[in-house]
Ligand binder design. Structure first.
Ligand code: PLP
Length: 370
C-alpha cells in the first residue's frame, strides 16, 4: 500500500475540501450511467453513433472540421506532433520547457518518434512572439499550452496569441494547442472555443480537468489530419474495442459543466484574494485567469504541514492534500476550483483563512525571534 501522508489523510476527512468537483470515486461513473438508457449500443473500435456523435459535437464546439476521441491527451498530442513532422519532413518541434510533453511523458515524443524538441522561453514565464522569432533553423510545429499549468496557469494577452499564430501561418509552422484547460480560460478571453481554436491548426482538449470526467481527450483539426491520427491511435494501442465509460462520462459532465466555467473563474479570483491576504502567502498568478492557480508559501514544507492539519481539524476546511517544497524555506500547491467551492459556508472558509494567517504570522515571528 502506498504510504499516505498525514496531511492527505487529514484532508480526506474534511467536510469541505476547497478544490475540485467531487471525491475521486466510482460515483463519478455511476452518476453518468444513471442518465443513460442501458440499451444504447457501445462503440466498437472507434465506430458507432456513441463515439461518432460525440466527436461531431465537440468538433462543432471547437469550430474544427473533425475530431477524434482518445483515451489520453498524452497519446493524442504525441500523435499530433508526429503528423505535423511527417507532413513537413522535419522531426523538430518547439514548446515550453515545462510543457506536459517535456516533463510528464517520459520523453515519449523523443523515444517513440525521434523528434527533436526546442525549448522556448525561460521556464518561469510564458512564450512570447520574440522567443519564436529567435529559434535557429526551421521546425514543423509549435505547441502552446493555454493556460501554462506549471507556472500557475498563466495566459498570454490575446493579441500576443494572434501575433504568434499569424507568424506561424506565414512561415508554414503548424500551431498546436494543448488545451487541457481550454474550457476554463474562455471566460477570461471572452472568446468562444471556436474563436480561440481558429488560431490553431490542431487542438487537444481534456474531459477530466475542469469538466470532471474520468479520463479522455479529443484531438481536432481537418478531416485529413484526424484521419491520420486514427491510424496512429491504432498503432499506439489506443483504439480500444470500447471506450464508452470514458465517452459517456465525458459527454455527461461536458453538458453539466462547460457553461459553469465563468463561475469557477469568479470563485478562483475570490479564493486567491483570501490567500493573498495571509502572511507570507502569494498566489501565482496574483489574480487568476482561469479556475486554477498556485499557492506559494514563504515557510518550509515541514512547518506548514502540521499547521494545515490543525486548520483542517479545527474548521473542517481542506485547502490541499499535499505540499511541494520549492526550496528549504518555501513550498507550494495547486488549486483548481470546481463545484465544491460554492457549497462551502463562507463563515467557515473565512475562519480557516484567519487561522492560516495567524499560524503563518506566528511561525514567521518564531523564525525571526527564536
Ligand atoms: C497541460 C496538460 N497537457 C496534457 C496532459 C495530458 O493529459 P492525459 O492525462 O489525458 O494524458 C495534461 C494532464 O494533466 C496536462 O495538464
Amino acid at each position: 500500500m502506498a504510504e499516505i501522508s498525514r496531511l492527505a489523510e487529514s484532508f480526506q476527512q474534511t467536510d469541505y475540501p476547497v478544490g475540485g468537483h467531487d471525491k475521486k470515486s466510482v460515483q463519478v461513473l455511476k452518476r453518468a450511467l444513471e442518465a443513460i438508457d442501458g440499451s444504447v449500443e457501445s462503440d466498437i473500435y472507434g465506430t458507432g453513433s456513441l463515439i461518432e456523435d460525440f466527436q461531431a459535437k465537440i468538433a462543432k464546439y471547437l469550430g474544427k472540421e473533425s475530431a477524434v476521441f482518445f483515451p489520453s491527451g498524452t497519446m493524442a498530442q504525441q500523435i499530433a506532433l508526429r503528423i505535423w513532422c511527417d507532413q513537413k519532413g522535419l522531426k523538430r518541434v518547439a514548446y515550453h520547457p515545462l510543457s506536459h510533453l517535456e516533463i510528464h511523458e517520459a520523453d515519449g515524443i523523443k523515444e517513440l518518434h525521434g523528434i527533436e524538441t526546442v525549448l522556448l522561453a525561460d521556464s518561469d514565464r510564458l512564450i512570447r512572439l520574440e522567443d519564436v522569432l529567435q529559434v535557429q533553423g526551421d521546425f514543423a510545429c509549435l505547441l502552446l499550452e493555454l493556460p501554462q499549468r506549471e507556472i500557475g496557469g498563466q495566459l498570454p494577452e490575446y493579441a500576443e496569441l494572434e501575433a504568434i499564430s499569424a507568424y506561424c501561418r506565414e512561415k508554414g509552422i503548424k500551431l498546436h494547442l494543448d488545451g487541457a484547460r481550454l474550457f476554463e480560460i474562455l471566460p477570461y478571453y471572452q472568446k468562444s472555443a471556436a474563436e480561440v481554436c481558429a488560431l490553431f491548426d490542431s487542438v487537444y482538449v481534456s474531459f477530466y480537468k475542469g469538466i470532471g470526467g474520468i479520463a479522455g481527450a479529443i484531438l481536432a483539426g481537418t478531416a485529413e489530419f484526424t484521419q491520420e491520427s486514427k491510424v496512429w491511435k491504432s498503432r499506439y494501442g489506443g483504439n480500444l474495442i470500447s471506450l464508452y465509460p470514458y465517452l459517456l462520462t465525458a459527454d455527461y459532465y461536458f453538458d453539466q459543466r462547460v457553461h459553469k466555467m465563468e463561475q469557477y473563474y469568479a470563485d478562483a479570483k475570490e479564493l486567491a484574494a483570501y490567500y493573498n491576504r495571509c502572511q507570507g502567502v502569494a498566489t501565482r498568478p496574483t489574480t487568476p485567469v482561469s479556475n486554477m492557480f498556485h499557492v506559494h508559501i514563504d515557510a518550509p514544507k515541514a512547518v506548514v504541514e502540521p499547521l494545515l492539519v490543525s486548520i483542517y481539524e479545527a474548521t473542517g476546511i481542506g485547502f490541499t492534500p499535499y505540499l511541494r517544497a520549492t526550496s528549504e524555506t518555501t513550498c507550494y500547491y495547486e488549486v483548481s476550483v470546481g463545484d465544491r467551492y460554492a457549497a462551502i459556508p463562507k463563515a467557515k472558509l473565512q475562519a480557516a483563512f484567519q487561522l492560516l494567517d495567524e499560524y503563518l504570522s506566528a511561525s514567521k515571528s518564531q523564525q525571526t525571534h527564536p
